[in-house]
Every structure is written in structure tokens, then in C-alpha cells.
Design a protein. Structure first.
Length: 439
């Protein structure tokens, strides 16, 4: 019996990272008129009320893209009196690394990798770019560390006499997260991500109310890559076509709950980890299978190389009688390779019909040289849940080993299998060896 194959795909390989803590900022936003003298004298920002300038409309647009959010907010103001220039402050709060127990500051490596946490800051009035600067609020002596530290983005906003004007603020920011990497696991502990936008500072314009407040959060890319929303505020939103939308009227900004979303993005993060840290096939000096399904029309169609080619439309299939129980795959690695994780993309993943038609492993044992054998049961997965862009949700992890240990050989044994609806031959589309290769 034969299965089906296709052309090989692409792979990305990099060296394995050091272990570190990742800490990123939360976002407090929505600007306010401020007192200029306090800024110059002390660095403190004191919001002041501007009763004569009315906020008539606020429109907020946010695009969530992985760990980042792109924000654009537009304000429509009316100044019924003479022309004036008002000092304006837009706050951004950062998670304080001193606040949590046993936390160190963000490492130099992580800071270099991520870069500036707030980027592409622009403040415009009627399309004219304003000059901005940033100051950090001073930390009071003797006060215990607080969860956040704050910086302010400052600009002087001109308001023409007896006219409406449009003020826009845009920036890109890394959302709040707190990931940990461990020396005992190849996978970091990924925290939920959070974006927050505080609306109350705009209550210092006019009477503190806004006739129209429209907010839109684009989560299309988040959900496309397997992200799941875990909390949304405030209530009263609609969800459609990958967007969360609020349309609020005559709102008292003093009473409105912060806009925030929290989401689980682990599927994307693990998928990126697999793509970035898969040990390259060139680091494998020899690979052999105890049996291989023969195809006289296409020799090598189902050989062991297919589990390393990055192509879900190809697979190794065993060629023994029965369902393949007892068959094995053995891999030998060049010196300096450390295998820290072993994952299996089970079955023949070319299509739903091919996946169901061929056999799949239900139990497997991994023997890594120098370590005790590890056995794992593999669930029977719904092929409809396979997302080629984020494979992590479909990978079964057999081994999670300590880092920095030379791995000369790995043997994987099929202990049990489930026959397909058409063929008893058991197939594996990909095997992921995660770890490092010494330079």
C-alpha cells in the first residue's frame, strides 16, 4: 500500500538562546493638558483642567500584532475662545522589574533583541507634526517599589481661535508580558499578554464628557496565528471580522473603565521557537529506519529524510507487517549538538483524507544517549485544527531535556499505533529536534 508525497518546504535555523527573563511594559495612554511649571521644576506631570476647550469626539484604533500594538487616537476639539497653546502630556507606564520577587532587570541581550519598547511616536495637530520630548517621573525615595514606572510624551498643542482642530497621537508599543525561561525545559513559561489604554486623563478637557467615543481593536492577525482572548474590558463591545468595537455616546470619561485586552499567544510563540531553534538536518550525520514503505514508482518516497524536510505533505511511513508497532528511527548527530526537545507531527499531514487514511502513532518511546528512556502517549488530533502557520498546537512533545548536554544519538520507537481508514502503514510527517549546535 502507498501513501502520497509532495515537494519539500523551507526551514529556519538559529543557535539556541541563553536563559533570561523577559519583562515588557504595560500601556497607559490618553493624553491630558498639564501644568508646564511643574514639569520644568520637578519632572512631575500635574494634569490641569481646560474647561474652555471641549473634546467633541475621540476615535481610537489599535492593531494587535503578536507582542506589539500599534495605536492611533484622534481627538476632535473645539476652542470657543481666543487662540492658545496648551502643554500636553501623554503617559506611558512600564512594568517595574524591581516590583516582582526574584526578578532582575531586562538583560542586555533581551534589550538588544527587542530594541526600544515605545516606537514611532507622532503627535500632530491638523496634520502638522509637533515636536515631542520624553521625561520620566521621578521615583520617590523611601517608597517601596511600585508595579509601574512612568514616562510622559510631551508636546505644545496650538488651538486656533473659535475653530475646531484635530489632534492625533500614534505610536507602537510592546504589550505587557512576563516570560520566564528555565534551565530544565527548552520551552519558556509564556505569560498572557496585555494591552491597556487608560481613558480618564481626557476627562480634563471641557466638562469631562465626550459626546462620541469610538474604539476599535484589530485582533485579526492575533486570532489567525492561534491567539485566544482571555479578558476584554469594558463591556458593551461587538466582535466581528477580527475586530472588537465600542461605539459609546455621551460618556463621562471619569467613570469609564480602562480599555484592556488580555490574550494567550502561546501557540504562536512556541511555533516561532520551533522554527528558530530546530536543529538543522546538516547536523545529523546519519539517519536510519528499521523499515520503510516501498514505492516502486517513486523510490525514496517515504524514507526517513521526509521527517526532516519541513514539508507537511511528505512523510516517513514504516513498511513492516501490521500497524508498525516495534519499528524505530535512529538519528546520529555531529559533536556539539545538544538535543533539548523532541516533537512529533504525527500522521501523514498532506490533507485531511490522507491523514485519516494512513496510520498514526499512539505511543512512542524516545531514547536519548546518556538519559533514561521516555515514553509518551500521543493523542488522536483533529486534522481540521492543523494551522500550517502555527504548528505548535499540532506537535506532540516526547522529550523535554536539560540543555547543554552532548547528544550523539536518539532512537524513537513506535510502541503502538492506530491504523488508518485505508492503510495500516503508520506515518510521521515531521520530527522536530530542538536545541543547539556548538559553533
Amino acid at each position: 500500500m502507498t501513501a502520497h508525497s509532495d515537494a519539500p518546504g523551507r526551514r529556519r535555523f538559529h543557535t539556541w538562546p541563553i536563559y533570561l527573563l523577559f519583562i515588557s511594559p504595560a500601556v497607559f495612554a490618553n493624553g491630558t493638558p498639564i501644568a508646564r511649571s511643574d514639569v520644568a521644576a520637578t519632572g512631575n506631570i500635574i494634569p490641569v483642567r481646560q474647561e474652555n476647550i471641549r473634546l467633541q469626539q475621540e476615535t481610537l484604533q489599535v492593531i494587535v500584532d503578536g507582542d506589539w500594538a500599534t495605536v492611533r487616537v484622534e481627538y476632535q476639539f473645539f476652542n470657543p475662545q481666543s487662540a492658545t497653546t496648551i502643554p500636553y502630556g501623554f503617559p506611558v507606564d512600564y512594568q517595574n522589574p524591581e516590583w516582582c520577587n526574584d526578578c532582575d532587570d531586562v538583560s542586555d541581550e533581551e534589550r538588544a533583541r527587542v530594541g526600544e519598547l515605545v516606537r514611532d511616536v507622532h503627535i500632530e495637530v491638523d496634520g502638522e507634526q509637533m515636536t515631542t520630548r520624553e521625561i520620566a517621573e521621578p521615583v520617590a525615595k523611601g517608597v517601596p517599589p511600585q508595579p509601574f514606572r512612568r514616562i510622559w510624551i510631551l508636546a505644545d498643542l496650538p488651538f486656533p481661535e473659535k475653530e475646531r482642530c484635530r489632534v492625533t497621537v500614534s505610536y507602537r508599543v510592546r504589550n505587557m508580558l512576563n516570560d520566564w525561561a528555565w534551565s530544565t525545559s527548552f520551552k519558556p513559561a509564556y505569560s498572557k499578554r496585555k494591552f491597556r489604554y487608560v481613558l480618564s486623563p481626557s476627562a480634563h478637557w471641557g466638562d469631562g464628557r465626550v459626546p462620541r467615543l469610538d474604539m476599535d481593536i484589530d485582533i485579526a492577525k492575533l486570532t489567525r496565528f492561534g491567539g485566544k482572548l482571555t479578558a476584554i474590558a469594558p463591556a458593551g463591545y461587538s466582535q466581528q471580522d477580527g475586530h472588537l468595537r465600542w461605539q459609546l455616546r455621551d460618556v463621562d470619561l471619569n467613570d469609564l473603565q480602562d480599555l484592556s485586552i488580555e490574550y494567550d499567544d502561546e501557540v504562536r510563540l512556541v511555533s516561532e521557537l520551533v522554527a528558530d531553534h530546530r536543529i538543522p538536518a546538516t547536523a545529523i550525520t546519519r539517519a536510519r529506519a528499521s523499515s520503510t514503505l516501498a514505492d516502486v514508482t517513486e523510490p525514496g518516497r517515504h524514507d526517513i529524510a521526509k521527517v526532516l524536510d519541513g514539508d507537511l505533505a511528505s512523510a516517513w511511513c514504516e513498511g513492516a507487517a501490521g500497524d508498525g508497532a516495534g519499528q524505530s528511527l535512529t538519528f546520529e548527530f555531529q559533536p556539539g549538538v545538544s538535543v533539548e526537545g523532541i516533537g512529533i507531527l504525527n500522521g501523514y499531514a498532506k490533507s485531511g483524507a490522507v491523514y485519516l487514511g494512513n496510520g498514526r502513532v499512539t505511543k512512542m518511546t524516545a531514547k536519548v544517549a546518556g538519559q533514561q528512556p521516555v515514553s509518551a502517549s500521543l493523542p488522536d488530533r483533529d486534522f481540521g485544527q492543523l494551522n500550517p502557520q502555527t504548528l505548535a498546537a499540532f506537535i506532540d512533545w516526547i522529550v523535554d531535556a536539560p540543555p547543554y548536554q552532548d547528544t550523539p544519538t536518539v532512537t524513537l520507537t513506535l510502541d503502538a499505533a492506530r491504523a488508518g481508514s485505508k492503510h495500516s502503514d503508520t506515518c510521521i510527517s515531521e520530527i522536530y529536534f530542538i536545541g543547539g549546535v556548538a559553533p
